[in-house]
Ligand binder design. Structure first.
Ligand code: GLN
Length: 303
């Protein structure tokens, strides 16, 4: 396992030598100005050790990675009922596409595209205040990561609320099909705050241990929910680049427009990678390459 320390350092050095960073998310003003030449990787192995390289203690905006935790919290609350409102099929459309909502009568294709995540958060919110739903998501993440030092960045949430016209359109379109049970603005506010949770790669890798089913990890989520989340991460976690990610990396992963990737090697390791520059699919450009390098160097794969 000492090898992992060397492997992550080599990946870090290669990523910096290549200096091929992509462009940070431009549509969220608080993220648009983040320096793109940053990289971090953390790997927690089955023996409980954490191997890191780069800026692994720098908090970043987890954005859509929060959808994994929101999904688990919602399944914990309403169970399989969620699937009456959202499907579980991959798409060939972008993460913020509205297209399939029209053909499928307002039922989003999966919980990781924005429309599906907004429905999931809406289900978690029902019958209570946004602060309670957010406390549940944050509480779950803190429990899984075994630290309380994880917070929401209100400035990021506010900047997305100001410019998030696409998500507003999606929420109102869902409402027009009767697939939102709260006021669109209330659900959106909760969703924007959930996306604005900040974590370091060390914390994110720690939080993924329960998804990886590593030995000796506190049982924070059920085996069934871990299986569901991993299946969706593999098939839908990188949106319309999910097939390519599975092809190149071969592990369930979830990206966010903050440049993070949570990667799961079942029963072997939990991995977090961050580099804020994005590719054309809205996934981390250097982070995606780093994930492929790690899979190649370790031989980790679900196949
Ligand atoms: N908050 C972002 C949005 O809704 C999350 C998208 C992402 O990370 N892919 O657009």
């Amino acid at each position: 396992m000492e090898d992992i320390g060397r492997i992550v350092q080599d990946i870090h050095d290669k990523i910096h030598a290549d200096a091929d960073w992509g462009i940070p998310a431009q549509y969220i003003s608080e993220l648009a100005g983040v320096a793109s030449d940053q990289f971090a990787i953390s790997v927690v192995t089955a023996d409980g050790r954490c191997w890191s390289a780069g800026r692994s203690r720098q908090p970043f905006s987890i954005q859509s990675i929060s959808k994994v935790f929101a999904l688990i919290a919602t399944l914990g609350r309403i169970g399989e009922q969620l699937w009456t409102r959202v499907g579980r099929e991959p798409t060939r459309t972008a993460f913020d596409s509205i297209m399939l909502l029209e053909s499928d009568g307002g039922r989003p294709p999966n919980p990781f595209v924005n429309a599906g995540a907004i429905v999931t958060t809406d289900a978690l919110l029902s019958g209570r205040e946004p602060s309670q739903a957010l406390a549940e998501i944050l509480g779950l993440i803190r429990e899984m990561a075994e630290t309380d030092e994880i917070y929401i960045n209100d400035r990021v949430a506010e900047s997305e609320r100001r410019t998030g016209e696409r998500n507003k359109a999606i929420a109102h379109y869902l409402a027009s099909h009767g697939n939102l049970s709260n006021e669109p603005d209330l659900t959106l506010g909760t969703y924007f705050h959930q996306c604005a949770i900040e974590m370091t790669t060390e914390q994110l890798a720690m939080s993924g241990r329960a998804l990886a089913g590593l030995d000796g990890v506190p049982r924070t989520i059920s085996a069934l929910h871990a299986k569901r989340a991993n299946a969706l991460m593999l098939t839908c976690g990188h949106y319309d680049a999910s097939g390519e990610f599975a092809f190149q990396v071969g592990l369930p992963g979830k990206s966010g427009v903050g440049g993070g990737i949570l990667l799961i090697a079942p029963r072997t390791a939990s991995i977090a990678i961050w580099s804020p520059g994005l590719n054309g699919y809205g996934n981390s450009h250097a982070g995606t390459r780093a994930a492929a390098m790690l899979a190649k160097a370790t031989g980790w794969s679900v196949f």
